[in-house]
Design a protein around this ligand. Structure first.
Ligand code: C5P
Length: 222
């Protein structure tokens, strides 16, 4: 008997991270931030001087990644080899590097078992790009969250401003579009909705409304 799993896939900035966390909190379920694993693999490569062309070495890094997720109030601290990298892995540059290692099939394969290990009782909310298509294809409820690139850039801009970081809206939009293109065009596990996913466009929706909507879908399923 397998634990329940809810998958949330979609492009960056569609609200997956926040929405996944809120749903997991409400249900008391575990949370998998799969993007963090790709970000951490890239971070470890930089730290250990591993070239982004060296697929076997990157796959070994992914497989042996020494990472701990520490759940605190409303944030999760991410530790890589005992070092707090929570902030370092969240920059646009770190996201860009993550999407570079994410095109490599050996890296994706190395992270597969690690991601499936998160599926534990009473249930799991899995956030990513290929949660519904590749990692948990048997999930009974799959959500694909989208929002226009302009709206996603605007949200990211506000986030960065709040964090006191410099940001330019036009360059954020460009970065988001470039990362979308790479994620959708890659050969292995490209970003796309599972055939049985429910698509939700969040461009004009507030986060609490999306959370309520998904919870109703879960409840309807029984
Ligand atoms: O979701 P997040 O922005 O943290 O993901 C960073 C990058 O990791 C994505 O742009 C994507 O290339 C990659 N990723 C992936 N598969 C996942 C999650 C993230 O390829 N399941």
């Amino acid at each position: 008997h397998q634990a329940a799993v809810l998958t949330l896939d979609g492009p960056g900035g569609a609200g997956k991270g926040t929405i996944s966390r809120l749903i997991a909190e409400r249900l008391g379920w575990h949370l998998l931030d799969s993007g963090a694993l790709y970000r951490l693999t890239a971070q470890a490569a930089v730290k250990h001087g591993v070239s982004f062309d060296d697929e076997p070495a990157l796959a070994r890094l992914a497989e042996t990644l020494d990472v701990t997720f520490l759940a605190e109030d409303s944030v999760t601290r991410v530790m890589l080899e005992g070092e707090d990298v929570s902030t370092a892995i969240r920059t646009e540059a770190a996201g860009e590097r993550a999407s570079q290692v994410a095109v490599l099939p050996a890296v994706r394969q190395a992270l597969l078992a690690r991601q499936r290990d998160f599926r534990q009782m009473p249930g799991l909310v899995a956030d990513g790009r290929d949660m519904g298509t590749v990692v948990f294809p048997d999930a009974p409820l799959k959500i694909f969250l989208t929002a226009s690139a302009e709206e996603r850039a605007r949200r990211r801009f506000l986030q960065l401003q709040e964090a006191g970081e410099n940001a330019s809206l036009p360059s954020l939009l460009k970065e988001i579009q470039a990362r979308d293109a790479r994620d959708m065009q890659r050969a292995v596990a490209p970003l796309k909705p599972a055939h049985d996913a429910i698509e939700l466009d969040t461009t004009e929706l507030a986060i609490p409304d999306v959370v309520d909507h998904i919870q109703r879908l879960l409840a309807d399923q029984g």
